[in-house]
Design a protein around this ligand. Sequence first.
Ligand SMILES: [Zn+2]
Ligand SMILES: [Zn+2]
Ligand SMILES: [Zn+2]
Length: 1077
Amino acid sequence: MADEEAGGAERMEISAELPQTPQRLACWWDQQVDFYTAFLHHLAQLVPEIYFAEMDPDLEKQEQSVQMSIFTPLEWYLFGEDPDICLEKLKHSGAFQLCGKVFKSGETTYSCRDCAIDPTCVLCMDCFQNSVHKNHRYKMHTSTGGGFCDCGDTEAWKTGPFCVNHEPGRAGTIKENPRCPLNEEVIAQARKIFPSVIKYVVEMTIWEEEKELPPELQIREKNERYYCVLFNDEHHSYDHVIYSLQRALDCELAEAQLHTTAIDKEGRRAVKAGAYAACQEAKEDIKSHSENVSQHPLHVEVLHSEIMAHQKFALRLGSWMNKIMSYSSDFRQIFCQACLREEPDSENPCLISRLMLWDAKLYKGARKILHELIFSSFFMEMEYKKLFAMEFVKYYKQLQKEYISDDHDRSISITALSVQMFTVPTLARHLIEEQNVISVITETLLEVLPEYLDRNNKFNFQGYSQDKLGRVYAVICDLKYILISKPTIWTERLRMQFLEGFRSFLKILTCMQGMEEIRRQVGQHIEVDPDWEAAIAIQMQLKNILLMFQEWCACDEELLLVAYKECHKAVMRCSTSFISSSKTIVQLCGHSLETKSYRVSEDLVSIHLPLSRTLAGLHVRLSRLGAVSRLHEFVSFEDFQVEVLVEYPLRCLVLVAQVVAEMWRRNGLSLISQVFYYQDVKCREEMYDKDIIMLQIGASLMDPNKFLLLVLQRYELAEAFNKTLSTKDQDLIKQYNTLIEEMLQVLIYIVGERYVPGVGNVTKEEVTMREIIHLLCIEPMPHSAIAKNLPENENNETGLENVINKVATFKKPGVSGHGVYELRDESLKDFNMYFYHYSKTQHSKAEHMQKKRRKQENKDEALPPPPPPEFCPAFSKVINLLNCDVMMYILRTVFERAIDTDSNLWTEGMLQMAFHILALGLLEEKQQLQKAPEEEVTFDFYHKASRLGSSTMNIQMLLEKLKGIPQLEGQKDMITWILQMFDTVKRLREKSCLIVATTSGSESVKNDEITHDKEKAERKRKAEAARLHRQKIMAQMSALQKNFIETHKLMYDNTTEMPGKEDSIMEEESYLKSTKI
Ligand SMILES: [Zn+2]
Ligand SMILES: [Zn+2]
Ligand SMILES: [Zn+2]
């Protein structure tokens, strides 16, 4: 209200004489028409006097004067009575809803792992000690400064949002008016005063002129006193600044040190006072002494002494405002309203936004006070926090860009406030709905990242600046904050805006899909190891964000299907070069496949495939919702192109295999590191694991023989499985053997790894339990070691505590050392030697440990796979890989080579893997036979394995042979186990025929006897319903698979089956097939 008017003439008049006591001054102000003008006039007279001695101030005296001549009068004016009495009353009246204590750097904060909505919700020590959470699982942190206590925020805590002190209606505040509203007069006064205060604070803080004050403050004769002011930056070392100051100012070491410490703490400091020219000279000197080849000069300015004084006081006034606002919610609201009011007829944003936008230009000390001002006003009042957040999002892009080019730490940037807003669930939802904040953040990224784009519009971080990219991560982090709590209610608008954001996010992933491609180096070693950290670091940053996006998409079927369609489209757009490349034909045992003639060992390959992996994630969620059969409504069969989807993840796995086979050793350490992280716990969920899932998707939708031919081709092993292959080249043999092992392992994973909800019928807890079991199969481990090896979710939780006691027992520490968890005996049966998260070393350690244990228990040494959980219907076809012709051919070839004394193309490891696959096939058939009548079980692993190959022996006969080889003594128990399993399955097949026959025969008789046994009948009905349901889903899946094959029939049919070596097998096999029918 008192903002704009008041011309210059009036101003001169009121200056005549000022009342001497605070009380009188307050009265006098009361008589003035325009408080703002009167207030400014008062300041114009006093501030330059009080803050005159900038270089060597008497702080105590300064504070006393300010208090006496400015703050006390203001308070009198506000309350209309003695402020001390009034504030005392207020102090005891209002229970604060929120604690809001702002943390200093280094202060300890507490977060409850059971109750915090996310890990950014913290308590100060007082609140924590007085809360229920001290008896829960909690984490302690050291604050970097700038955050505040969330006690009292009901959105931050699942339970116990208040400590004893902040609980509403506690602490003796149960009067009629628990919040003690201020009387009308005080409120009216606050409405008069606060706008003037904030306006002055903002105007002075963002004042840019170095010589002139705003006219309304320039009422005195202008003096010729200036300061040379040095600013803090994060690049110059302490010593360098001291050195530059000593040189430029020709001062003592002690003085230079004093200045430097103050600059580091406050952000700026006057280092010289004097006439303009002298200060200007000092400025140039400091600049030239601090500049060198690698560093910019220090930031120095020359400022008029009165400007310096007013700026200093403006901050002091901000702190005063903070204090006043802590007394009343009404005060806070009035202040916020003043900050948000847009000036009429002005292009300028509201005051608070102007401050925000100026933030990056401010020095440290100023920022700290202004952020505190925001904390103690906006962030204490939910409604205004929302309005502030909306302003923040409005200018988000600009703020982030300025932060990125700024050199101050994130903790003192206004952008660091995002966490306080974005993690509040209702606020996040509001910002998505109303301001499309997901898109705002991703668009910001899309604008700051292009400097890293290469010719193909893919990111390339070679020669990047770590600091700068670190600042970009902060923006990525905001995405995480926004997504951290999944909405429970979806409005139409929320869905729309979320999808919009998702689309925008896909654009970023598109720039990452296939980025930093590499080519195998032959002959010479690469000259310089390329940078790899940046790309991997981004991947790490994105891991949980990717998972959260997938989870949000999975909120309902419709949303998921649309998101799937978008993602699929994006993957396809990135695959055009592959689709147009030339073709080749692979053949083996009567099957053939036409595919693109791509070779990982020769062509470009990238391990960055976030689009493909997101799609795999969405597919799994589609399966979890049971909606895969609806997919074709959104992506037509023609467009689906499963072999294109599989292609890139497959290449990535082949790359890993070739690295293990040392084919890429000339590409240096950079690649080794990337491959390490690809499978490491920090990345694997959104890299390696998803690639395996994509292959499982491929295996579930493609013809199994074609799928295996594709795998063989990409592993560059089609040759190696050609029976005529003979080579004496030891290196090549070694290479082939490693590649075959790697491929068999991946095949084991495709068929056996079902511990992902949506791939197999498992829960999240079961997945975590399995991870823990496998870690403890290596050796007993302390809590920390287990936690380190489990992936953390967006809340930095591993889920470890919920399940650990189900699978392990804690063994207390001895005199020294720490306690460890030991696996429970009943969990040992779940050990899978080819657990896909084992590293090579872990694998062999675990194998060794488990064999040793079995020996000690006088058991055989066979370590067959544990029976895997059932695949979800969408993935059920994967098992057909096990009993298809090409798989049989592969297994048989491995066994034959092991028997053949002339062949070097096998290893014991390879044999073990082949045994494992055999075991998986037999287990599958056994499980199926136990569940359904024999004639319903079409999975005929037993029959396929029992057939004669091109050789004279079937697999069982080959196994008998292997058993007799002395060098394979170590495998004897496993072979015995498999042969027994063959028997078991055989007997099951025979027996179940009998059982079916007998039960159906006696049914009529029996039924009469049990008609009263309703329960039993009901159970049976349910079982039957379940069976029918299963059958229906299977039929759907079959139709789906058939459809995919149909659609690509052209591709499959184009390849004429070439008669050749394998002719005989094919004949034989088709013969057997027909006899079975
Ligand atoms: Zn607190
Ligand atoms: Zn509290
Ligand atoms: Zn708690």
